[in-house]
Write a protein that binds this ligand. Sequence first.
Ligand code: BGC
Length: 743
Amino acid sequence: MIKNLFFIAIVGGIITCACSKISSRKQDEARIERRVDSVLKLMTLEEKIGQLTLFTSDYDVTGPTLRENYKEDIKAGKVGAIFNAYGVDYVRQLQRMAVEETRLGIPLIFGYDVIHGHRTIFPISLGESASWDTAMVRKAAQIAAIEATAEGLNWTFAPMVDIARDPRWGRISEGAGEDVFLGKCMAEARVKGFQGRRLDDPKTLVACAKHFAAYGAAQAGRDYHTVDISERTLREVYLPPFKAAVDAGVGTFMTSFNETAGVPSTGNRFLLTDVLRNEWGFKGFVVTDYTSINEMVAHGFAKNEKEAGELAINAGVDMDMQGAVYYNYLKKSIEEGKVSMATVDEAVRRILRIKFKLGLFDNPYLYCDNNREKYEVMTQEHLDFARNMARKSIVLLKNEKQILPLSKEIKTLAVIGPLADNRRELLGSWSAAGNWTQAITILEGIRNAVSSSTKILYARGCNIHDDTTLYIAEAVNKSRQADAVILVIGEAHWMSGEAASRSDLGLPGVQQQLADAIMAVGKPVIAVLLSGRPLTITKLSEQTTALLAAWFPGTMAGPAVADVIFGDYNPSAKLPVTFPRNVGQIPIYYCMKNTGRPMDPDNKYTSKYLDIPNTPLFPFGFGLSYTSFEYSDLQLSQTILKASDTLQVRVKVKNTGKYSGEETVQMYVRDLVGSVTRPVKELKGFKKVYLNPGEEQVVAFKLTARDLSFWDIHMNFTHEPGEFKVFVGGDSEHCLEMGFVLE
Ligand code: BGC
C-alpha cells in the first residue's frame, strides 16, 4: 500500500515546520507527536510488534544468539532495532532492508555497548569516575558518541549508573562506584555527553540508563543474584542516579536482570510505571536486558515465555532485547485479551518518538557517512584526550619518602610484572570496538618518557593468573641491578565486567609472591595496580614504597601512567569506592550507619570484628598528590538555618607543597537524629581547585533544605528539623567539621 512512509512523514514535517523556522522545543515535540500518530495509524499489529523487537546482528554478542535469520526478519518488518552491528557499509545495508524492503519503510535504530569509548578507549567507567571531573567525563562520552555515530550507530547502552558497594561484583567496573551523589553527577555528565543538545545531531547517540534497578546490590556480589532491599534503600541509594539520568533527558532505560524483593525488574510495574513514568515523567522507551523477559521463567515469576511477555509489557517494558518473546507470543496475548492494544500502541509510540528525535525518519542514513568513518575515529585529538582522561583517573594511594615523581634521568629502572608489557588487558571490560592491538603498553610509555641514558630492564616475573614461579628469579635479578622498580600487576580484563564476580579479591595467581620476592631485594618499588575493582592489597600496600591504582586506563595507558610516574602530570584522582582490607569486611562503604553500639576498641560488645579493624584500607574520596593541601578556617554563613535559607559553607585550601596541583574538595553532611537513622556521612558536594605552590583559595559550597532531605518514616521525601554536622576535606575520613541546626 504505502511504501517509504518516512517520505510522507518528512512532507508532513516540512509543512508543519514551514510556519516558523526556529521552532521551540515544545513545538518540536508537538510536531513529533503528530508524526508519530500519523505513522501509528498505518501500522498492522505485526508491524507494531516488529517495532518492539530488538535483535543482535552476528557481529558481536554477549549472550546466546537466538536468531540467525535476523536479516530476513528485518525485511519482513519484524524488527525495529538491531544491536552489535556497526561500520557504515554494514549499517547502511541493514537500514536499506528496513527502509526499502518493508511495507512502511520504518528505519531501524542501531544500538551498541559504547561504554568508555568506541574505538579510542578511555579508562573503564570506574576509573573515569575517579577523576571526579564531570566536564572531562562528559567530554569522554561526547567523543565516544562522535566515533560511534561515525560508524553508523545511534544508540548506546550506557551509562551504567548502578551504585555498587560490593567489589566482588565484577560490574562495579562499569559504574561510578559506591556513592549516590558522585553517581548522580556522573550519570548526568555521561547522558549529556552522549546525547548533546539534540538527538538529530548526527554526532550524538541516544543514551540508555541501565540497569534499572538495584542490580549492584546482588547478594554476595554474585552476578545476576537476588536483591532484597527496603524501598527506602532503593529510593535513597539505588534510584537517584537513574532519576538524575531522567532529569538530564536520557532517551531510553534498560531493565536489570535481578529481582528486587521477589519481583524481577523486567516485570516490575512499580519500578517501570509507577516510579519511572508516573513519578519521574520519563517519556522515552524501556528496553529489557539480554533475554531478561525469558529469564522470568527461570526466576519462577512466569510459568512460560508467553506469560513472561505479558508481565513485561504490562509492567512497562517497551522493547524486547533478543528474547523474541513479543515476536513469538504477543499477538496471541492480545487476542486472548491479556494485553491491550492501547498498551502496545503506547510502547510503539515511545519507540517511534525516539526514531523521530534521532532524525531517522527524515534521513534513515543520517549516521551512514563513509567520510566521517574515515576521518573522525581515533583522531590525534581523541588520543590526546584519552591520555589526559587516563592520567586524571590514576589514584596515588601511597608515596613514601616522596619517591614519586621519579626523575627521567634515573640510571637503571627495572620494569617488572605481567601487566607491564601487556597490551591485551589495557582496555578493560566492555571496550566496544576498541582494538587492544592499538593500545600503548606501560613499558612503552616508560621507555618513551625516560632520558636516552636511562637503562630499562624488563622482566615479566609471572603470568597474571597461573601458578608458574619460574620467571620470578629473572625479575629479582633485574631488580637487583636497578635503582628503582616499577611493578605492574593486577587483574586480567576479563576478571571484571559482566559475569565476572570474584570471591577472593587478592592479586590473582602468584603475583603477591612475585611482589614479595621483589620487595626482598630492598630497592624502592612503585606498584602500579591495574584492576576493574578495589582489590584487597593490604600486604602489598604495606610493602611497596609507592602505589598507584590505574584501573584499566584504555588505549593511552602507557603514556598516561608514565606522565604520572615522571611528574608530567601531578595525580589528582580520588577513590570513587572504598578499598577493603579483606573480603570479610564487604560490604564496606563510607556512608554506613552508626549502629546502637558504635565501635569502641575497649569494649568487646560493640560493632566490630575480632580480627580486623572496621576501617578500610583506603577510604572513599582518598587520593594523594605530589604536593600537599592544607584545609583551614571552615566557616558557615549561619549556624541556625530556616528551611527556606541557603547555608554557605566556606573553607580555605592552601597548596603547601612544592608542585602545582589539583585538589578535589569534598563536602559531607550528617543528620544527627532523624525519624529514621541517617548515615554517618553523606557526600553533598565537591569542587576541584588547581593551586600553585603557596597559593590559597576559598572554596565555597551551598546547602539547602532539599540537600538535607531524605525518605522519612512515612516515606515522604523531606527534611527534618534538628542538628547537623558539615564536614569538608580531601577525603571522607579527614575533614574539618562544624555543626548547625535546621529549624
Ligand atoms: C548486559 C548489558 C548489555 C547487553 C547488550 C547484557 O548482557 O547486561 O549491560 O547492554 O548485554 O550487550
